[in-house]
Design a protein around this ligand. Structure first.
Ligand SMILES: Cc1cc2nc3c(=O)[nH]c(=O)nc-3n(C[C@H](O)[C@H](O)[C@H](O)COP(=O)(O)OP(=O)(O)OC[C@H]3O[C@@H](n4cnc5c(N)ncnc54)[C@H](O)[C@@H]3O)c2cc1C
Length: 365
């Protein structure tokens, strides 16, 4: 049935069925669901790797999660990817000793539910969702324009070995699976001509993100063992809602099966990040955060090496409050992402699935 549908559509239109913009968790989920329904799907992503905020950096032989930290049990078991990823060995439970950091710098032991991490890095979750998909990496979409029978997606290849301007894609339907402000930028060019686009842009204005600054810092094993905490071999994790600068920090290397060095990952809170976000040089910003963390252990001020990453769209502050972005005036374009309804991995998957279901309805009617 799926195969028949694919041949029929290609023969009639010569276009792709669906272009998915963004290969984060929501985009990959939508793309796989549509592919499994027999549609011809192309995914584009501006990054070299897959996964968006499911992000892993590799420095020599060291793997570091500088975006999404872990998965927790899903509220809706029908959405959960944990059992399959556990079965294939991609996910493993992580049992760090957990603490809450107060505004005054005091630590208090806390309990967490089971946490799941990917020893090869959280981006390996995205890779596990990609088989069978046609993905153009390093391709940044710049405009989405309505055509009489579908959509044109303009963009540019960011690959060093190709011409800057690339051929556009044409498709019967589009999934925009990128953070809300970036999604709005893709549609600004067509707002004058299209009532449906105006409606979508109006909805997107409600969504708001918080920025995060992430520091990755490597220490000698003796330094990293030296927190003033009774921690076991499972590592440690510290969360704060009230500290003036720090949101979360943990011994990231305790997620690995055979860690080569001791790596701490630290996330700032949004107030700190919004002040530091546009600094040209992030090294002083990273050092400032490590100095804050040094109240927990002076060694944290002196890493062997450090890298800093800025997430302009890190966490969702205000969600859309719907499973997808859509307008009845434009049923062949939908938006999805964690910003639709929740702000975490589970909501990204829920939104990706809902986007695919909406387009299946449109394309088959
Ligand atoms: C520091 C941090 C820690 C987190 N920790 C957790 C956690 O512990 N647990 C949890 O559940 N969630 C966590 N999250 C949130 C979680 O990572 C996200 O909810 C989820 O990954 C979002 O997936 P997404 O597909 O909606 O968006 P994204 O992952 O942002 O994917 C969007 C994709 O679109 C691409 N893109 C953007 N613009 C364009 C363009 N113009 N053209 C082409 N491609 C484009 C990007 O490169 C990216 O790959 C964390 C997030 C951050 C930043």
């Amino acid at each position: 049935m799926g195969q028949r549908r694919q041949e029929k559509f290609l023969g009639e239109t010569g276009m792709e069925d669906v272009v998915v913009i963004g290969a984060g968790l929501s985009g990959l989920t939508a793309a796989q669901a549509l592919r499994q329904e027999g549609y011809r799907v192309v995914v584009v992503d501006k990054s070299r790797g897959l996964g968006g905020r499911l992000a892993t950096r590799r420095i020599d032989n060291t793997v570091i999660d500088h975006g999404c930290r872990y998965l927790q049990s899903f509220a809706d078991p029908n959405l959960s990817i944990i059992p399959d990823l556990m079965a294939t060995g991609i996910l493993q439970p992580w049992r760090p000793e957990s603490f809450d950091l107060g505004a005054d710098g005091a630590l208090k032991a806390t309990a967490t539910g089971t946490l799941y991490v990917a020893p090869q890095g959280m981006s390996s979750i995205a890779k596990a969702l990609a088989p069978g998909l046609t993905i153009h990496r390093h391709w940044r979409a710049t405009d989405v324009t309505p055509l009489p029978q579908g959509w044109r997606i303009d963009g540019e290849s960011l690959r060093e070995d190709s011409a800057k301007q690339s051929e556009p894609f044409e498709a019967r339907a589009v999934v925009i699976a990128i953070p809300a402000s970036q999604a709005a930028a893709l549609m600004h060019g067509t707002v004058q001509d299209c009532e449906g686009v105006k409606e979508l842009l109006h909805q997107l204005q409600q969504v708001d993100f918080e920025a995060v600054i992430t520091v990755m810092a490597s220490y000698s094993p003796t330094q990293a063992a030296n927190l003033p905490l009774q921690t076991g071999s499972g590592g440690w994790m510290i969360t704060s809602q009230t500290h003036p600068t720090l949101r979360w920090l943990a011994l990231d290397s305790s997620k690995r099966t055979d860690p080569q060095e001791s790596v701490v990952v630290l996330h700032s809170n949004s107030a700190f990040a919004s002040n530091a976000l546009d600094r040209a040089d992030l090294e002083p910003v990273g050092n400032a955060l490590l100095s804050e963390a040094a109240t927990l252990g002076a060694w944290m001020r002196s890493p062997q090496w450090m890298q800093v990453h800025r997430w302009r769209y890190g966490f969702v502050r205000q969600a859309l409050g719907a499973s997808i972005l859509s307008s009845p005036k434009l049923p062949s374009l939908v938006g999805c992402g964690d910003w639709c309804n929740g702000g975490n991995v589970e909501s990204a998957i829920a939104s990706g699935r809902a986007a695919a279901a909406a387009l299946v309805k449109t394309l088959s009617s």
